[in-house]
Design a protein around this ligand. Structure first.
Ligand SMILES: NC(=O)C1=CN([C@@H]2O[C@H](COP(=O)(O)OP(=O)(O)OC[C@H]3O[C@@H](n4cnc5c(N)ncnc54)[C@H](OP(=O)(O)O)[C@@H]3O)[C@@H](O)[C@H]2O)C=CC1
Ligand SMILES: O=C(O)C1=NCCCC1
Length: 339
C-alpha cells in the first residue's frame, strides 16, 4: 500500500468482508459452495495483510469467470488411488474447493499411514498458498504444498520465459506458539507484487526481471508488457521452480505453466494447472515430540538474534484485524461494492 492508500484505510469485520466477497463470487457465476470457500480464502489474505492475494485479486476473479475460462460451479471428483494417495479432478474449477472436498480424507490418511499425498489437477489457483497448509499445522500435522502458475519466469541460464511464479508453502506445529509457516513464490517477486508496483509507479529491485528484449529492468511495466521475471537466488530458485513444475503438474497430471492457452478467453487471469499437497503426521516419528523440537529450534533462532519468523508478520496483522476489523482502502471498498 502506498502512503496515500494508508491515509484512506477503513476497517470491516471479517465476517462482513467474507459475506461481501461471497455475494460477489455468487453474482458472477460461482455456486454457493465454491463462493464460500473462495470468499474465506480471499478475506483471510486481506485480514493477514497478504496484499498481493487479497481483495486486489477480485477484479481478476470476476473477469475470469465472465470469460468462461473457469467453471465456478465445478464439482470436484475425488479418487482414493492408493493407501496414501488421493487424486482430485477439479473439473476446470478452482483448486481450493477441490482441496476442501478431499481435506478430511487426506488428514485421515495421513494420521493412519503417517504420510499422505493429495494431487489436484484440472484446477485454477489464483490465491495465496498458506491458507491451504496452515490448518493442517493447527491440527498438529506438517504440510507442504506447491502450485504452478503461468509462464512468466525465465529459468536460470535460459533466454525465454517458461516457468510460473510457482510458490511453495510449508506449515508445521510448534509447541506453545503459532504454527511455523512460510509461503513464497520461487520467482524473485510474485507477479501480483509486480502489478502492485506498476500501479503505484514504483521501481523493482535490481535482479527482479527482464524487459521484452531480455535486458535487466527495474520497470514493472516492462516486466509485465512482454518482459519476464527471474527466479529468486539464480540456479537455486530455478531448481525449486522446476521441482514445482514436476510435482504440481508433472505428477498430478495438471498443465505445466506453458501448456494452457487462454488467448481465446479475454479477461482470463487464473492459471489452469495443478497442485500437490504432502501431509505428514509427526506423532509417528520417534523422540520427544516434533512440536517440542520445533519450539527448541525457534528458541535457538531467537537466541541467535532472529527477530522475525516467517508467518509472524501475518499473525500480527491478523491479531490487529481480529480486534479492529480487516483493513481496506476506500478505493478497494468502492471497487468491491461496484463488483
Ligand atoms: N497461486 C499462485 O499461483 C501464486 C501465489 N503466490 C502467492 O504470493 C504470495 C506472496 O509470495 P512472495 O511475494 O514470494 O512472499 P514474500 O516474499 O512476501 O514472503 C515469503 C515468506 O517469507 C516470509 N518473510 C518475508 N520477509 C521476511 C523477513 N524479513 N524475515 C522473515 N520472514 C520473512 C513471509 O512471512 P510473512 O507472510 O509473515 O510476511 C513469507 O512466509 C504467497 O502467498 C504465494 O503463495 C505467488 C506466486 C504464484
Ligand atoms: O502473484 C503471482 O505470481 C500469481 N498469483 C496468482 C496466480 C498467478 C500468479
Amino acid at each position: 500500500m502506498s502512503s496515500s492508500d494508508t491515509a484512506s484505510i477503513t476497517r470491516m469485520p471479517f465476517d462482513d468482508l467474507q459475506r461481501l466477497l461471497q455475494a460477489i463470487f455468487q453474482r458472477h457465476g460461482c455456486s454457493p459452495e465454491v463462493a464460500s470457500v473462495l470468499a474465506h480464502n480471499c478475506a483471510s489474505a486481506q485480514r493477514d495483510g497478504a496484499h498481493s492475494h487479497g481483495v486486489f485479486r477480485m477484479p481478476g476473479y470476476v473477469s475470469t469467470l465472465a470469460s468462461g475460462w473457469v467453471d465456478g460451479q465445478a464439482q470436484p471428483q475425488v479418487s482414493e488411488v492408493a493407501a496414501g494417495f488421493i487424486s482430485v479432478d477439479a473439473r476446470g474449477g478452482f483448486a481450493q474447493p477441490a482441496l476442501a472436498a478431499a481435506r478430511e480424507r487426506l488428514e485421515d490418511k495421513a494420521r493412519a499411514a503417517g504420510i499422505a499425498v493429495l494431487a489436484i489437477h484440472n484446477s485454477h489457483h489464483f490465491a495465496a498458498l498458506w491458507p491451504d497448509v496452515e490448518p493442517f499445522a493447527e491440527a498438529g500435522l506438517i504440510a507442504l504444498s506447491v502450485v504452478n502458475s503461468m509462464t512468466c519466469v525465465v529459468p536460470h541460464g535460459a533466454h525465454k520465459p517458461l516457468f510460473g511464479t510457482n510458490p511453495i508453502a510449508f506449515a508445521a506445529p510448534c509447541h506453545g506458539a503459532a504454527p511455523i509457516v512460510f509461503d513464497m513464490a520461487t520467482s524473485a517477486m510474485a507477479h501480483g507484487d509486480v502489478q502492485i508496483a506498476a500501479r503505484a509507479g514504483e521501481q523493482l529491485p535490481p535482479g527482479t526481471g527482464v524487459d521484452a528484449a531480455g535486458q535487466p529492468t527495474c520497470d514493472p511495466r516492462a516486466v509485465l508488457d512482454g518482459g519476464a521475471l527471474l527466479p529468486f537466488g539464480g540456479h537455486k530458485g530455478s531448481a525449486l521452480s522446476m521441482m514445482v513444475e514436476l510435482l504440481a503438474a508433472g505428477l498430478t497430471g495438471g498443465h505445466f505453466s506453458w501448456e494452457f492457452d487462454w488467448s481465446r478467453h479475454p479477461g482470463a487471469k487464473t492459471p489452469w494447472t495443478g497442485q500437490l499437497l504432502i501431509v505428514i503426521d509427526p506423532s509417528k516419528a520417534s523422540g520427544e515430540g516434533f512440536a517440542l523440537r520445533s519450539q527448541r529450534l525457534v528458541e535457538q533462532m531467537h537466541a541467535a538474534g532472529l527477530t522475525r519468523l516467517p508467518g509472524q508478520r501475518r499473525f500480527q496483522e491478523r491479531a490487529i484485524a481480529q480486534r479492529q476489523g480487516v483493513a481496506l482502502t476506500q478505493a478497494e471498498l468502492t471497487q468491491l461494492r461496484a463488483l
